[in-house]
Design a protein around this ligand. Structure first.
Ligand code: ASP
Length: 416
């Protein structure tokens, strides 16, 4: 079985996952849809295993994390730092998207009429920004957990953790001990599931390559390259600069430590499904305390989505370019602000970013059948972009956890 400390490279899990990805690309390209049908279920099974533990993991990690931070000033400080980090990195990501799309202008002269609109998946999308805040408060916690509606679950867990922190010594120790032990058990379960990751990743990649092929990617090639370029700049330039200047952390070490969650985010295209792996890696390899990681990461997976935020902004500008609708500077500013909020509201599941783009389009009055056709075409080729922006989303969360842990005086974070 693969472990993290094996000396031989091919026994290390992240290498096994990388090899599984390459094998999946080759097998999917050769075997096509037939093979995708045959082995795709392995990927489905793996994602189900990961999803199975998300809700109990989030419950136990946030409650134990918040309870150990305590209420009052400590929690307020951690909360302030976390939100400050989320908003600043997402804003940088959006501005990068804005810049790159305005420079390359991939939508100008693009002919997308020929691509037929595919079905847009039905995902719960808040109808407005105020609704986003209202929905954050669950009417029924069990119902929120069963959907799962992560923002509502997180909201409840934070309050519950704070309530525990305020209890007298005895019940506080009992409850904190209980949730800490339950969290440790969930992490052990996560470690077990991750052992089969290479098989699951192989199934997922075969399905992506085998079913979508490469033909549909040609029509929107420049658009894809533009988004990929902006995401690359954020992942390899902006976030490393944050790590270096704000956290005094060597980005190369952080990248090396984060290989597993990055490959997992890439193959599942879901920050939520990746969360168990992110939590485990950030604690075990990056070396962030449970107190910080269990606060920053579940919330980050749900609301801090740099890749998605960048995509919302760049995607809307692209649509405007295709339609020949020149957006003024103030309209672009509206897009920037709405993209930030939309990325907070986007669910951490595949294609969520594309679905929520309608919210941003509405903010500048872009709607109608032509818009639907373009979004349909974008959906047809969304998967690779989704994989990439999910990896960016997850990496930003882990950078946040590392930077905040350093600022809290944790010296062992990302020590080479
Ligand atoms: N798939 C992304 C995630 O889970 C969300 C998106 O579609 O942008 O992080």
């Amino acid at each position: 079985m693969a472990t993290e400390t094996d000396a031989v490279w091919y026994k290390r899990l992240h290498w096994q996952i990388a090899i599984a990805m390459l094998a999946g690309v080759a097998a999917g390209a050769i075997g096509g849809e037939e093979l995708a049908d045959r082995v795709g279920w392995l990927g489905t099974l793996f994602v189900r295993l990961l999803k199975m533990i998300i809700v109990p993991l989030v419950f136990t990690s946030i409650i134990s994390g918040v309870a150990s931070v305590g209420g009052g000033r400590n929690l307020g400080r951690l909360f302030g730092k976390t939100l400050g980090y989320y908003v600043s990195t997402s804003a940088v990501a959006i501005l990068l998207g804005l810049l790159v799309v305005n420079l390359i202008r991939p939508g100008e002269g693009a002919n997308i009429g020929g691509v037929s609109a595919s079905e847009i998946p039905e995902l719960a999308t808040p109808s407005s920004i105020s609704q986003l805040f209202i929905d954050m408060v669950p009417l029924n916690v069990i119902d929120a957990a069963s959907k799962p509606d992560m923002l509502a679950v997180i909201f409840f867990c934070i309050l519950f953790g704070m309530a525990i922190a305020g209890l007298p010594e005895r019940p506080r120790a009992t409850l904190t001990g209980f949730f800490e032990s339950a969290f440790a058990a969930m992490m052990a379960l996560t470690s077990g599931i991750i052992r089969v990751a290479p098989i699951g990743v192989f199934g997922l990649i075969v399905r992506v390559v085998g079913t979508s092929g490469f033909a549909s990617f040609r029509a929107l090639g420049l658009y894809m390259l533009t988004i990929a370029l902006a995401l690359t700049l954020h992942l390899f330039v902006a976030l490393p600069l944050f790590l270096w200047f704000v956290g005094r952390i060597d980005p190369r070490v952080h990248f090396r430590n984060m290989l597993e969650p990055l490959t997992m985010a890439f193959s599942t295209a879901s920050s939520a499904a990746t969360l168990p792996v992110t939590l485990r890696t950030v604690e075990n390899k990056v070396g962030v305390s449970n107190r910080v990681s269990s606060f920053v990461l579940p919330m980050g997976a749900t609301i801090n989505m740099d890749g998605t935020a960048l995509y919302e902004c760049a995607g809307v500008l692209f649509i405007a370019q295709v339609l020949g609708a020149d957006l003024s500077a103030s309209q672009q500013l509206i897009v920037v602000a709405t993209a930030l909020l939309a990325s907070i509201g986007a669910a951490a599941v595949p294609s969520a970013g594309l679905v929520i783009i309608f919210l941003v389009l509405e903010s500048v009055n872009l709607r109608g059948p032509e818009v639907d056709v373009i979004v349909g075409a974008m959906l047809a080729i969304d998967r690779p972009l989704d994989m990439y922006r999910t990896a960016v989303n997850v990496f930003s969360d882990s950078c946040g956890a590392a930077i905040i842990a350093r600022s809290e005086g944790e010296a062992g974070v990302d020590s080479a």
